[in-house]
Structure formats: structure tokens, C-alpha cells
Write a protein that binds this ligand. Structure first.
Ligand code: NI
Length: 136
């Protein structure tokens, strides 16, 4: 029997969407308000899901306390109250769109969860806008 275990988490962070190699006009055209040079913030909501066999002895797919601690240590502490463009190494040369943030989160967590389990990351940038990444 397989099941999916999910954990919700949260972080606040600032970002700016732009490309250094594009003109201000082109950045404005493509990224609009998200190109504000003074940055702007979001309340990101994160749902991390792990799918796999239910262990016969424990009844767990993954101990959700362990999953919660991994998210706290590797994601919330790295991103919460940070300026993603300035403070987070992964975004020095990568636009911190919701898509790219979801990929970075997945890449950070994937090595920490046993490879016989599937991992999916859903990242809400606003209550209505969210991105799903599962390593494909
Ligand atoms: Ni934004």
C-alpha cells in the first residue's frame, strides 16, 4: 500500500525578477511590477509531499516529524526573512520566480529523503498562484 504524506510550511521572503543582460525596458515589459528595483515581498506557502510504501512495522511512509525538521532546517532557515536575490546563493544567477524557487527547494530536499520515495513540492507565491515541481 502506498500513500502520500504532506507537510505545510511557510516563509516570508523578498525578491526581484529581472535579467541583468536585458534592458530596463525589456525587464519592465516581461516582469512588470515584479521588476521593482527595490524588491518586494511574498508570504510563501510550501507543501512538501512524500509518496511511498507504508512501512508495515511503523505504519509510516515517512515520519512527519523528520520531514518537518528537514523543511525547517534546510528551507525555512535558508529562505525566511531573506532577500532571495541577495542573500541566497542559488539565486545569484537564477531568477527567483516561483518556478525556480520550487525547483531549488526540491533539489535541496531530494538528497535528504530516501530514493525509494517520490518527492513533490508545491509553492504558493500568493493564495491564488502556485507552482508544482516533482523533479521531471
Ligand atoms: Ni513577486
Amino acid at each position: 500500500m502506498r500513500a502520500t504524506v504532506s507537510r505545510k510550511a511557510h516563509f516570508n521572503a523578498a525578491h526581484r525578477l529581472y535579467r541583468k543582460d536585458w534592458s530596463m525596458d525589456k525587464n519592465e515589459l516581461i516582469f512588470g511590477k515584479c521588476n521593482n528595483p527595490n524588491f518586494h515581498g511574498h508570504n510563501y506557502e510550501l507543501i512538501v509531499s512524500v509518496t511511498g510504501e507504508i512501512d508495515k512495522e511503523t505504519g509510516f511512509v515517512i515520519d512527519v516529524k523528520i520531514l518537518a525538521d528537514l523543511i525547517k532546517e534546510h528551507i525555512e532557515e535558508a529562505f525566511d526573512h531573506k532577500n532571495l536575490n541577495v542573500d541566497v546563493e542559488e539565486f545569484q544567477d537564477l531568477n527567483p520566480t516561483a518556478e525556480n524557487i520550487a525547483v531549488v527547494i526540491w533539489n535541496k530536499l531530494r538528497p535528504l529523503i530516501s530514493s525509494d520515495k517520490e518527492l513533490e513540492v508545491v509553492l504558493y507565491e500568493t493564495p491564488r498562484n502556485f507552482v508544482t515541481y516533482k523533479g521531471e
